[in-house]
Design a protein around this ligand. Structure first.
Ligand code: X2X
Length: 336
């Protein structure tokens, strides 16, 4: 009798503890955020900022843990979107270049010389074209929340100055993402080869490739000058926006208030990171030049020669991206 009642009390206490545990775990969440670059770069800092704001605004109830270097997809950055779509990754701050194999509309940003300056980028991401892109992502089970920016991608190589298409003749250039990049660099007479960022650095070091293209922040932080890339061309041939996003199931599992918190935090972190990336461009360029890199800026005529040499890439890719989307982007750029 005595023993039974003690047992009953013990069982009740156990059940109570389990209930408490269940309700706590229903509230406390840890979400993974994938990035390609670490917090040594603005890109990784964008993800850390998002995590920090969410943790602060949910008083620690939602923790977002950043996994840099595409480690959740074993370095294969072009699989990040699929992994997020299937739920292997909860969230990501990702580049349109890495997600475009699964979301063809994202090739828009890689159309060569479509977006000449920051105002053009903002007009596209902030307008009807940006809405279409977000809808395209959402139709693939991923909820996009905000834009960030890796930056304008500039060309570097170990061979010599590049100021006209003929200078690229035969240069082996590392590219990532999609066949669009193959087409652009082939149209310019270069020899493009596709590989991940993890593989790119050794390939530059050994001279397996002659050149690469990345924003100034990446060139600067990764010390690309130290792997023999002595020549840099500022040509703004494409901008590489980042997108903050969450897997749809994860999103649906959150209540309204938490969704709003995640969205607001992503918007704030994105704005903060875009402003920082742009502000730092001048000092990064100065640092790169101070290390002895030979920097070429294009005259209007030289720029125009690159535009003309890659016009065929627009003709080929506009139908694949969506004519209406490309047109909306062009209009936004014109009207900026
Ligand atoms: O791989 C690259 O070049 C990088 C780091 O810029 C991207 O992830 C698109």
């Amino acid at each position: 009798m005595h023993a039974t009642s003690r047992l009953t009390k013990f069982a009740a206490a156990l059940a109570g503890a389990a209930l408490l545990g269940a309700s706590l775990s229903a509230q406390a969440r840890e979400l993974s955020i994938s990035t390609v670059l670490s917090d040594a770069f603005p890109w990784g800092q964008a993800a850390e900022k998002w995590a920090e704001l969410v943790e602060e605004r949910t008083e620690g109830r939602i923790t977002m843990r950043v996994y840099p270097n595409a480690q959740l997809v074993a370095g294969d950055q072009t699989r990040e979107f699929s992994a997020m779509r299937s739920g292997l990754i909860d969230a990501a701050v990702g580049s349109t270049i890495n997600w475009l194999p699964q979301v063809p509309e994202l090739n828009l940003f890689s159309l060569p010389f479509l977006l000449p300056d920051e105002a053009a980028v903002d007009a596209v991401t902030g307008g009807a074209a940006g809405d279409t892109i977000f809808a395209a992502i959402e139709s693939r089970d991923v909820i996009p929340l905000a834009w960030g920016e890796n930056g304008f991608r500039q060309l570097s190589n170990s061979r010599g100055p590049v100021t006209e298409p003929a200078d690229l003749e035969g240069l082996k250039i590392r590219v990532v993402g999609s066949p669009l990049f193959q087409d652009t660099f082939t149209a310019l007479g270069a020899d493009p080869t596709q590989m991940s960022w993890t593989d790119a650095q050794p390939a530059l070091t050994t001279g397996a490739v002659d050149g690469q293209e990345n924003p100034l922040s990446v060139f600067d932080v990764a010390r690309i000058d130290q792997v023999g890339q002595e020549h840099l061309t500022l040509w703004n041939y494409m901008n590489d926006p980042l997108i903050f996003a969450v897997n749809r199931q994860v999103w649906l599992s959150l209540d309204e208030a938490d969704r709003e918190t995640l969205r607001e935090a992503a918007l704030d972190a994105g704005q903060w990171e875009i402003a920082m990336t742009r502000e730092q461009e001048a000092e990064r360029l100065a640092a790169i030049q101070a290390r002895g890199v030979n920097v070429a800026e294009l005259t209007d005529d030289q720029y125009q020669a690159f535009v003309e040499a890659t016009a065929e890439v627009h003709d080929k890719w506009a139908p694949r991206i969506g004519e209406a989307l490309v047109e909306a982007a062009r209009e936004a750029v014109e009207a900026r």
